[in-house]
Design a protein around this ligand. Structure first.
Ligand code: ZN
Ligand code: ZN
Length: 220
């Protein structure tokens, strides 16, 4: 589904899947391919929107939990794109991939990155994306802020009226609160979370930050 300009959204398709977002550019970027099981389905929807996986050159993740990254390798094969990890994701790979998968009772689904992203900015075509580390839900959570479009791809840091869980390896409620407070200072028109719906409109995004501040973290 087209969201705005060059940005497309493909909602999670079932258990252990995540929302997937695409930025059409040169090269295109896929954010969180999700779970391998649902990839064919999502690619079908992309093709209906006129997106050819071969136009996607960069595969990134908001964080490396199982529901966001198991399709990384499969999407790479189909598209010819390269998997790019943020340095914080590389650093926390053991915790967020191996230990978290084991805790969830599955044999870890591993993958190998092709290169590391810059710490702060990801550029494609005319678009600059700020990379904002937001630990709390996981130590490797990175939010992608597309300044020109006022879009924040926020993974599981926060959702529509809720936040991500903090009980998986490396999770921390204090850090999550600080991360969300930092994000609330940004000028955001579209909040694109890893699960459930999109929050659209500056006022709605503001209300969502206030709701979370007063209802999710009243004890902090
Ligand atoms: Zn997660
Ligand atoms: Zn998730």
């Amino acid at each position: 589904m087209k969201l705005l300009n060059n940005l497309y959204a493909y909602p999670e398709q079932g258990m252990l899947d995540s929302n997937t977002y695409i930025l059409k550019s040169n090269p295109g970027i896929i954010f969180d391919p999700g779970n391998t099981q649902y990839l064919a389905n999502k690619i079908g929807m992309m093709q209906q929107d006129g997106i050819d996986p071969k136009d996607i050159g960069i595969i990134v993740n908001t964080h490396l939990h199982i529901d966001h990254r198991t399709a990384n390798e499969a999407f790479k094969k189909l598209s010819g794109g390269k998997i790019a990890l943020h340095p914080m994701q590389k650093k926390n790979y053991q915790l967020v991939v191996i230990e978290a998968d084991r805790l969830l009772g599955v044999e870890p689904v591993e993958f190998k990155e092709d290169y590391l992203l810059d710490e702060k900015v990801l550029k494609t075509g005319d678009t600059e994306i700020d990379l904002i580390p937001c630990p709390g839900h996981s130590p490797d959570s990175i939010c992608y802020y597309i300044r020109n479009d006022k879009v924040l791809i926020c993974g599981d840091v926060l959702f529509d009226m809720n936040t991500g869980r903090v009980d998986l390896p490396g999770g921390n409620a204090d850090e999550l609160k600080k991360s969300i407070e930092g994000l609330s200072q940004l000028d955001i028109e579209y909040l694109l979370p890893g699960h459930m719906g999109i929050v659209a409109g500056k006022e709605k995004v503001k209300e969502n930050f206030s709701y979370i501040k007063f209802n999710v973290f009243p004890w902090l």
